[in-house]
Design a protein around this ligand. Structure first.
Ligand SMILES: Cc1cc2nc3c(=O)[nH]c(=O)nc-3n(C[C@H](O)[C@H](O)[C@H](O)COP(=O)(O)OP(=O)(O)OC[C@H]3O[C@@H](n4cnc5c(N)ncnc54)[C@H](O)[C@@H]3O)c2cc1C
Ligand SMILES: *[C@@H]1O[C@H](CO)[C@@H](O)[C@H](O)[C@H]1NC(C)=O
Ligand SMILES: *[C@@H]1O[C@H](CO)[C@@H](O)[C@H](O)[C@H]1NC(C)=O
Ligand SMILES: *[C@@H]1O[C@H](CO)[C@@H](O)[C@H](O)[C@H]1NC(C)=O
Ligand SMILES: *[C@@H]1O[C@H](CO)[C@@H](O)[C@H](O)[C@H]1NC(C)=O
Ligand SMILES: *[C@@H]1O[C@H](CO)[C@@H](O)[C@H](O)[C@H]1NC(C)=O
Length: 486
């Protein structure tokens, strides 16, 4: 009796093991038509649409493409059940560079991009955007209403990653980070329960989601503030890269960042680039009002330049146009970020020279492209997890990104970029300008992002995680991301 029961169990178990315990197959039978496997066009198209080669290199067991919130909820219930426990990744626009941010080698990747609706509330004050939408979709649909939202500045950036990690936009100096302007979130928690989170209903989770990335659930909808927006001004000017133009930029940017010159409609980026064996220098200048050649940029436009574009246009068109200057994907990529208070021109000049000297050490790397972007910090009122001083207008953020062809160069490129950034940070620190904050959406996974927001904010994140994800599904089963420090 005893023996035969055991025997029977063993046989049944063996015969059925692959069908019963394969979470992809179980998902397929539960929600037909949403699961794709390696070697199919759907699977390959999803993988090949990641921005970086590092993310494209991971092959999940299957890719799940939900079309609505209840499918996401069913998915979470299945992959957290005892029989089908599986690790998973959540993918929005797929623009994070480092390995495993939004993809997974063994497990299931949830490609959220079919959940991409954009609806406007009756009073047109709120846009309800699907958690898998890309911002350019939203811009296009809002232009006819003379409205915009706070999203990415090039095509293809996902609402999901961007708005849960911060979000630097054309309106950054008027309204802070994109996440500061999210009124409500529809979230599928680790239990599979679907909740609507706003300031009134769940104030602790509401604020934790403003920087909390994928630590609390799968966000299926973002209800965001709309902003009245006619045409905006955009210009991209290029300059010969010389000591003289660098010095002129150091002065112009340091002045631009002085509180007495603050203009909330003005957002810009100074780009130092090394590519094709050459150093390049350019400025992108944006002005959210319908004003041609805004005076706030005079110090830049007066520097002898090689020309470029300058026009008044819709947000949707500015994003398309600006996007043409940024690589549309990378083979290998590595990015670091840091922030500081606006220093004197001579300090900018030293930062430029540290970069220039460092880049010479990777000049021979196949297809090397290095971008050193200097831009104003969003002026936040503090409705987020970042621990920044509300209302501060003179902070600056660096995005240092390298793109190149081969994995074999990973170690060299990472060492050199780290070395450049460490030297720049040391200089700023010694002068009292460096601030702790590290911006999640521009960071490498090696940077201590959540820790940089301060102990109080980590405690809030931890408390919200304990309360809303008591089993730690998003800490343990979703390995990709900046997990909450224990
Ligand atoms: C060319 C380029 C231009 C950029 N321009 C800007 C810019 O102008 N301003 C700016 O601030 N940043 C910019 N970024 C950085 C960008 O904000 C981040 O890469 C951001 O994470 C992209 O979001 P995503 O949805 O495309 O990313 P993904 O890589 O798909 O996701 C990022 C993270 O968010 C999580 N996530 C995604 N969707 C959800 C969801 N629905 N629920 C829960 N978690 C989710 C993922 O699990 C992942 O960990 C740029 C990046 C690139 C490559
Ligand atoms: C979600 O999609 C499923 C099909 O998988 C459908 O049966 C269901 O009605 C949809 N739910 C909602 C709320 O639209
Ligand atoms: C948008 O603005 C334009 C130009 O000011 C105006 O002609 C148009 O009527 C506006 N459209 C809406 C829907 O308000
Ligand atoms: C902060 O800014 C957001 C978005 O602009 C706004 O909704 C919120 O009321 C502001 N909060 C405070 C405390 O000023
Ligand atoms: C540029 O300035 C650096 C010092 O910052 C100097 O070493 C270099 O020779 C200068 N280059 C030219 C072309 O003048
Ligand atoms: C840029 O450099 C080239 C080559 O040295 C020179 O001919 C040109 O006049 C320079 N342009 C400006 C705007 O300085």
């Amino acid at each position: 009796m005893h023996w035969s029961t055991l025997h029977l169990l063993a046989v049944t178990g063996l015969a059925a093991a692959s069908a019963i315990h394969d979470p992809c197959k179980a998902l397929e039978s539960k929600i037909p038509g949403r699961v794709s496997y390696p070697g199919t066009t759907t699977y390959d198209a999803s993988l090949s649409s990641y921005y970086s080669g590092q993310e494209r290199a991971l092959s999940p067991g299957c890719i799940f493409r939900p079309t609505n919130t209840s499918e996401v909820s069913q998915f979470v219930k299945l992959v957290t059940s005892a029989d089908y426990k599986t690790n998973f990744a959540v993918r929005g626009g797929g623009h994070t560079l480092w390995t495993g941010a939004a993809n997974i080698a063994s497990g299931i990747t949830v490609d959220m991009r079919l959940i991409n609706q954009v609806d406007l509330s009756e009073d047109r004050k709120i846009a309800r955007i699907g958690g898998g939408a890309v911002w350019d979709l939203a811009y296009e649909q809002l232009v006819p209403y003379n409205l915009t939202v706070m999203g990415g500045r090039i095509p293809g950036i996902g609402v999901g990653g961007f708005a849960s990690g911060g979000g630097i936009t054309f309106h950054a100096r008027e309204r802070g980070f994109s996440c500061d302007n999210v009124y409500g979130y529809e979230v599928v928690l680790g239990s599979g329960e679907v909740i609507y989170v706003d300031e009134g209903s769940h104030p602790d989770l509401w604020v934790a989601l403003k920087g909390g990335s994928n630590n609390f659930g799968i966000i299926t909808r973002f209800d965001v503030a709309t902003i009245a927006q006619g045409n905006m001004w955009y210009s991209l000017l290029s300059y010969n890269y010389t000591n003289a133009t660098l010095r002129a930029h150091a002065k112009a940017f340091s002045d631009f960042m002085k509180p007495k010159n603050f203009d909330s409609a003005a957002m810009m980026g100074v780009f130092l680039v090394y590519t094709g064996g050459e150093f390049l220098l350019s400025d992108s200048m944006w002005y959210t009002k319908d004003v041609e050649k805004p005076a706030v940029y005079d110090a830049f436009t007066k520097i002898p330049n090689l020309g470029g574009v300058a026009e008044l246009d819709t947000t949707a068109n500015v994003v398309k146009l600006f996007g043409q200057n940024i690589p549309s994907s990378e083979q290998r990529a590595f990015q670091l970020t840091f922030s500081f208070h606006n220093p004197d021109p001579n300090v900018y000049m030293e930062l430029f020279k540290i970069w220039e000297k460092g880049v010479s050490k990777i000049a021979k790397v196949d297809s090397i492209f290095v971008e050193f972007l200097v831009q104003p910090h969003p002026v936040t009122n503090g409705t987020n997890m970042f621990g920044l001083t509300p209302g501060r207008t003179d902070d600056v953020m660096i995005d240092m990104t390298a793109g190149y062809a081969n994995k074999a160069d990973d170690a060299l490129v990472q060492r050199v970029i780290n070395d450049i950034v460490n030297k720049q940070r040391a200089l700023l620190k010694s002068n009292g300008y460096l601030i702790d904050f590290i911006y999640l959406n521009y960071a490498d996974i090696s940077q201590k992002v959540l820790q940089s927001w301060g102990g109080d904010n980590i405690a809030k994140l931890r408390a919200a995680s304990k309360k809303y994800d008591p089993n730690g599904v998003f800490q343990k089963q979703v390995p990709g991301g900046y997990k909450i420090p224990a």
